[in-house]
Design a protein around this ligand. Structure first.
Ligand SMILES: O=C(O)c1cccc(C(=O)CC[C@H]2O[C@@H](n3cnc4c(=O)[nH]cnc43)[C@H](O)[C@@H]2O)c1
Length: 224
């Protein structure tokens, strides 16, 4: 629950939302029985994730919502096989192109495209995940509408968002829904691939799903 600017973790349930069934199954496999963690599938991409998270938040009171899944890691920031906890969730391509480059919603005075996550909870998350022997880092996680597939796009995103550690497709959707219900939002990602030239053969999805299972007990420690 958010009390002023402080996030207070209570015994209320926590909602975990994944993009696909395989991610949900990995998290559920790693959770102890009877935990206060509810896991649902929200769909791939911002729109489906926002809609389905909002429906879930409208039906039950949760103390927090966590988007959990696989992601791409930026070179020299988050290697394949590591884990990232978002300290900021950023809608990286929600805005306008111009001769001067990309203009964010803030620069267009059209709304909020990025928000910091509660730092106390972020730090507790990192510590808890480290105890589970995960190679964890914290940083910004970008939400994009398209999976980056070239070195030039990866470089452009890294220059535009220098604190970015990873790229995925749903975090901002969870954030948008959570803001409607005044619920703190978080994003935890295991790194399945490098953000850059598309090379499907190099994606380590099975290994990244196994990391989600390994990380799941930390959800109980941090959010219970
Ligand atoms: O391009 C392909 O052949 C391909 C094969 C398997 C999966 C995909 C995806 O587009 C997965 C998108 C899905 O996974 C998350 N994700 C994982 N890595 C990234 C990334 O580098 N950039 C963005 N999203 C990523 C994402 O959150 C989706 O849920 C493609």
């Amino acid at each position: 629950m958010i009390k002023g600017k402080v996030v207070e973790i209570t015994s209320m349930a926590t909602l975990v939302v994944t993009a696909v069934e395989a991610e949900k199954e990995a998290v559920v496999r790693g959770l102890p029985k009877n935990s206060a963690i509810e896991v649902i599938v929200g769909g791939v991409g911002i729109a489906q994730m926002a809609a389905n998270t909002a429906v879930a938040l409208s039906q039950h009171t949760y103390q927090a919502v966590v988007n959990v899944g696989i992601a791409g890691g930026f070179v020299e920031e988050a290697p394949v096989g590591s884990f990232v906890v978002a300290n900021e969730i950023i809608a990286a391509d929600l805005g306008a192109e111009s001769e001067k480059g990309f203009l964010s919603l803030e620069e267009l005075d059209l709304g909020v495209s990025r928000l910091a996550c509660d730092q106390t909870v972020v730090e507790r998350s990192v510590r808890s995940l480290e105890k589970l022997r995960l190679d964890v880092t914290e940083g910004a996680i970008l939400t994009t509408t398209t999976v980056t597939g070239t070195a030039s796009r990866a470089k452009l995103l890294k220059v535009r968002f220098p604190t970015a550690k990873a790229e995925a497709m749903e975090g901002y959707g969870v954030l948008a829904a959570a803001r409607l219900y005044n619920v703190p939002a978080f994003e935890w990602r295991s790194i399945s691939n490098v953000v850059g030239p598309r090379d499907r053969e190099k994606w380590k999805i099975k290994e990244a799903l196994a990391l989600l299972e390994q990380a799941a007990p930390a959800l109980v420690e941090v959010f219970s």
